[in-house]
Structure formats: structure tokens, C-alpha cells
Design a protein around this ligand. Structure first.
Ligand SMILES: NC(=O)C1=CN([C@@H]2O[C@H](COP(=O)(O)OP(=O)(O)OC[C@H]3O[C@@H](n4cnc5c(N)ncnc54)[C@H](O)[C@@H]3O)[C@@H](O)[C@H]2O)C=CC1
Ligand SMILES: O=C(CO)COP(=O)(O)O
Length: 339
């Protein structure tokens, strides 16, 4: 097993910058790729990312570049672009054959590919992993305690390599071999966080929010199991853990988007006027399309789509969910899963 000595981060939004800061916290050199030249300059000259993570004073061990060729020979790359840009960015990377750790959460429009499927096509020689969990960027950058799922396609050998490079006292990865489960948890929870934000914006109370989290988790489980995820993965950090975090905090961009929608703001205007990414808005229609094609019932996801598309108002969305027929809480396809 070869040790990891060089690490890069592809994407200098809030999360890529926070991960770079975490990786640099033990004195390691970290190279970060930024899409915007002013972000490169800010990191290199002032040790700040004023656009995406203004709260952090960055380690001097972090250097930025906008040239993907600089990253081709590193041992490990963390891919942290928005989901819809991953394909184009990674396709611009010259042949990469190290560990590629996917940290973005979403499903690609048009192709319905999960991020590992995108990465497998763009970087066929890389060994993939997925890092996902309840991780607000500003908290990780501040060194607050955080735990994540680290799902490794390369099994325990890759886990030993990566966990040694990534684990810190206050940043705890947990091993999984379920790449699909780790991806689905993070993708679906973003859509559900929008729904919880709507409940918050309409001031419908904490009972409603808790019910939505639990029924949302049932949707996540139904979708995940149908796509080959393990129920245990979805019950862990990258599924339930992230769902609870994102569905209960205005620090979440998805939750905040939902709150504004619940207060009656126009979805088109909200999406047009934002620089940061609310992945749930992009994932929702893709998820709904896949669920429809596979015959998977996802009423909350469908309701979020209708709201984002302007087909219903927030109160019509809530009325429709409350008018659904009464049913058994745990359907047979879930309760009969092997244990
Ligand atoms: N912010 C957070 O706390 C967390 C974010 N994530 C995930 O990480 C991924 C990245 O999110 P953030 O870092 O928060 O982004 P962000 O919202 O902070 O920044 C937007 C990012 O999009 C990039 N971008 C804009 N246009 C682009 C283009 N045409 N091509 C390539 N890149 C472009 C910007 O350079 C910037 O890196 C998302 O999938 C998100 O769900 C995951 C865990 C935590
Ligand atoms: O994924 C996240 C926390 O785990 C960040 O959530 P938001 O993208 O909704 O801010």
C-alpha cells in the first residue's frame, strides 16, 4: 500500500475551500483548483476566499491554480465542483490515475448519472471514493467536530490509504463500501431540505418539519433501495445524518431556498439571482424523472418539483401533500429487506 503524499482539491466553492483548510491543518501542502481567476488570486495573495468562504483565514499551505494540468500527477484529488459541472471540469483533467474522492452531491441532468458514473467516464483510470455527510463548510473550516461516510470503491486497501490522509481528531471518516448509497443520501436530502424550508417559511411548526424529515427519509430509502443502495448506509451519516442537518438549519442553502419559496418568493427570480449552489433545485427534476420511470413513489420530491416549476404555490403544495390518502407507514418492500 503506497502512502499518499500529494493532495489536490478540484473546486474552490465553500466546500472545496473548507476541505482544503481541513487537509492543510496538519501542515500538508494542498493545491486547489478554482474556476474564477479572482478566487485563485485571493487564495494565493491574501489567503482568503472572499467569494465563497469569507469567514475563514486560510492556511498558507494552500496554493490555488486555475490550470487543471497542475493536478494530473497528484496522489489524491477531491472533486468538489457543483454536480452539473463535474463532467466538464473532470474531462479537462489530463489522464488521472490516483484516488478520486467525490464530494459533490447531486445527479446529472440529461444523463441521470450519479457523480461516480460521471467520474468513471471522465477519469476511467482513477479509483473512486465518495465523501459525504452532515458537513456545513464553515464549521469544517473552523475545525469544529464533524463525521462523514467515506465509501471506497477500492475497498479496505483504499480506505486505509485515504483515511490516513483525511482523518483528523475533529474530522472523522467512517468506512463504507456502498458508493451508491453514499451518493444517494447526499443527493436526495438536498431536495427534502427545500421542502423543510417551505414548512419553515410558511411557519407550519416543528411537528410538520419532523414529519417531513421522517417521510422524506422513507422516500430516500425507497429510492435508494431500488437503485441498489444499502439501507444501513442511508441510515448513517451520509443519509439520515445529513438529512437532519440540512432540514433544520438556515445555514443550508437548500433549506433557505425553501424558506424563501414558503414565504411566497418567485422560484425563477430566486434561482437567477444566486451565485452559490442549491443542488436540490437541480436534482429534484432529475430525481422525479428517474423515480417516475422506475415506478418509485416520491410525493415530496414531486411536490418540490411542482413548486420550483411554478405549477403550484407553496400553500397548494402543502395542501396536496396533506390530502394524500392515508396508508401503512412502513411498506412491505422496506420492512421485508434482509437484515
Ligand atoms: N457548502 C457546503 O457546506 C457543502 C457543499 N457540498 C457540495 O459541494 C458541491 C460544491 O458546493 P459548494 O462548494 O458549496 O459551492 P459554492 O456554492 O460555495 O460555490 C459555487 C461553485 O461553483 C463553481 N462554478 C460556478 N460556475 C462554474 C462553472 N461554469 N464551471 C465550474 N465551476 C463553476 C464556483 O467556482 C464555485 O466553486 C455541491 O455539490 C454541494 O452540494 C457538500 C457538503 C457541504
Ligand atoms: O450538504 C451540505 C451539508 O452537509 C450543505 O447543504 P446546503 O448545500 O443545503 O447548504
Amino acid at each position: 500500500m503506497s502512502k499518499i503524499s500529494t493532495v489536490g482539491v478540484i473546486g474552490a466553492g465553500a466546500w472545496g475551500t473548507a476541505l482544503a483548510q481541513m487537509l492543510a491543518s496538519d501542515g500538508r501542502d494542498v493545491l486547489i483548483w478554482a474556476f474564477e481567476e479572482d478566487v485563485v488570486t485571493g487564495i494565493n495573495d491574501e489567503h482568503r476566499n472572499a467569494t465563497y468562504l469569507p469567514s475563514a483565514h486560510l492556511s498558507e499551505k494552500i496554493r490555488a491554480s486555475s490550470d487543471l494540468a497542475d493536478f494530473a500527477n497528484l496522489d489524491v484529488l477531491l472533486a468538489v465542483t457543483p454536480a452539473q459541472h463535474l463532467d466538464r471540469v473532470m474531462s479537462g483533467l489530463p489522464q488521472f490515475s490516483g484516488d478520486l474522492v467525490l464530494c459533490c452531491k447531486g445527479i446529472e441532468k440529461g444523463t441521470n448519472r450519479l457523480m461516480a458514473e460521471v467520474a468513471r467516464d471522465a477519469c476511467p483510470n482513477a479509483t473512486l471514493a465518495v465523501l459525504s455527510g452532515p458537513t456545513f463548510a464553515h464549521e469544517v473550516a473552523a475545525g469544529l467536530p464533524t463525521a462523514v461516510t467515506l465509501a471506497c470503491e477500492g475497498g479496505e486497501e483504499q480506505w486505509e490509504r485515504l483515511s490516513e490522509a483525511v482523518a483528523r481528531t475533529e474530522f472523522r471518516p467512517y468506512y463504507s463500501d456502498d458508493i451508491v448509497g453514499a451518493e444517494i443520501g447526499g443527493s436526495v436530502k438536498n431536495v427534502l431540505a427545500i421542502a423543510c424550508g417551505v414548512v419553515d417559511g410558511m411557519e407550519l411548526g416543528q411537528n410538520a418539519r419532523a414529519s417531513l424529515i421522517a417521510r422524506g427519509f422513507a422516500e430516500m430509502l425507497r429510492f435508494g433501495l431500488a437503485r441498489g443502495a444499502q439501507a444501513e448506509t442511508l441510515s448513517g451519516l451520509c443519509g439520515l445524518g445529513d438529512l437532519v442537518l440540512t432540514c433544520s438549519s438556515t445555514s443550508s442553502r437548500n433549506f433557505s431556498l425553501g424558506t424563501a419559496l414558503g414565504q411566497g418568493e418567485d422560484p425563477v427570480g430566486l434561482m437567477a439571482n444566486r451565485r452559490t449552489v442549491a443542488e436540490g433545485a437541480h436534482t429534484a427534476p432529475v430525481l422525479q424523472g428517474i423515480a417516475h420511470d422506475m415506478g418509485i413513489e416520491m410525493p415530496i420530491t414531486g411536490a418540490v418539483c411542482a413548486l420550483l416549476e411554478g405549477k403550484v404555490t407553496a400553500s397548494q403544495m402543502v395542501d396536496a401533500l396533506l390530502a394524500r390518502p392515508l396508508k401503512q407507514e412502513v411498506p412491505e418492500e422496506i420492512s421485508e429487506q434482509p437484515r
